[in-house]
Design a protein around this ligand. Structure first.
Ligand code: GN1
Ligand code: MG
Length: 355
């Protein structure tokens, strides 16, 4: 079955006439589809090894986008179709298409929208506001209940256990080469599972978090303003620290997460400052503790991503897409270097947050 055959099984207005790869996600495969009457769509092949419950995934997507749509209507926002994703059902009414053992789903493509891989302080501030607004809408009492699309997704303790399992199995015979990094990461396990402990003590609330707050999950308009937050697959109950931290990890780093030259990896404090200003200025729901822990969130997420890349490397690259054999190790070293830099800048970050 061709991509066009798959696309044709969705409720598009015309027939698919052009299909091109889109974006650079590490999990799903994404395509832009144009139809014969000028309609444009995003077609995605879901990685079902990662998202095992596709019904929950699509149910969450419909609930989240439906809720945001209602919020925007209340605010009398005019171009709502450009400010929230619109799922496109299959022609038979189902939320997705199953074909030859693969699962596909579609949303409308928002015309003239752009994503970026590199951020400016101005974009970071706007993005901070956009994620705060996203959190605010999903924290309303009438917000939908969402399922965990990946169980324990941002649970650091769980990620450390997975690393431990990978180490004891050493399936790919790679452990000997990385035992030093393993030891360093394991020695910080207590420090990095603080959020789970605070939650258990009733001190840290679980809210709805996006759990993949990369810059390229924000759609910008041609004039530089923000249209909407995309990639909602991991939006689920979690900590706002996760979302704050993941943006710093990805966007405030001076290089991409797979830059091999670790001497170039640093956190750009201008981006940190701008994002913090935008986020805290709009996230009026934050408790004092949540606010105080935002810099810790940057450490926690960078630590967790280091653990996840390393675990995948030890397991023989079964989770993340890789472009060359040592890709996951390069990512691990990069993230570890970023963590070290964040460690050193923690007091400065805390001072910025407290102002
Ligand atoms: C994955 O596919 P992408 O780039 O949207 C991953 C994130 C990681 C990220 C690493 C479901 O996101 O958690 O932070 O790669 N998504 C999943 O860059 O595991
Ligand atoms: Mg993504």
């Amino acid at each position: 079955m061709s991509y066009a055959d798959i696309a044709a099984r969705f409720a598009m207005h015309g027939k698919p006439v052009d299909i091109q790869p889109l974006g650079n996600g590490l999990i799903n495969d994404t395509f832009a589809v144009a139809d014969s009457v000028g309609g444009r769509y995003v077609l995605q092949r879901i990685n079902t090894a990662v998202f095992q419950d596709v019904d929950a995934l699509q149910e969450n997507l419909c609930k989240i986008t439906g809720h945001i749509r209602r919020c925007l209507k209340e605010r009398r926002v005019e171009d709502i179709d450009r400010r929230v994703l619109t799922p496109v059902p299959a022609a038979d009414g189902e939320a997705y298409v199953r074909a030859q053992g693969e699962v596909w789903r579609m949303t409308r493509l928002i015309p003239d929208s752009v994503t970026y891989e590199q951020v400016t302080p101005q974009m970071a501030e706007l993005t901070g506001r956009a994620f705060a607004d996203f959190h605010t809408m999903l924290a309303r009492p009438d917000a939908p209940d969402l399922k965990e699309t990946i169980r324990d997704f941002h649970n650091v303790a769980f990620r450390i256990r997975q690393l431990g399992e990978a180490m004891s199995e050493d399936k790919a015979g790679r452990l000997a080469g990385v035992s030093e990094i393993c030891n360093e990461l394991l020695s910080r396990a207590d420090e990095m599972t603080l959020a789970q402990r605070l939650e258990a003590e009733g001190k840290l609330p679980r809210r709805i978090a996006h759990c993949d707050t990369k810059l390229n999950n924000i759609l910008f308009d041609a004039d530089g303003s923000i249209l909407c937050v995309i990639d909602l697959d991991t939006t689920m109950p979690g900590f706002v620290l996760s979302d704050f931290g993941d943006f710093i990890r990805t966007a405030a780093s001076t290089v991409p997460e797979d830059e091999p030259d670790t001497s170039r990896v640093r956190v750009d404090m201008d981006i940190f400052r701008a994002f913090a200003r935008g986020y805290i200025g709009s996230a009026t729901f934050l408790t004092p503790l949540e606010r105080e822990l935002l810099p810790y969130g940057a450490q926690m997420l960078t630590y967790m991503q280091t653990v996840r890349f390393l675990t995948d490397y030890i397991n023989g690259d079964t989770y993340y897409k890789i472009k060359y054999p040592e890709h996951n190790l390069v990512r691990t070293r990069n993230q570890l270097a970023l963590l070290h830099d964040i460690d050193g800048r923690l007091p400065e970050m805390q001072e910025i947050i407290s102002k």
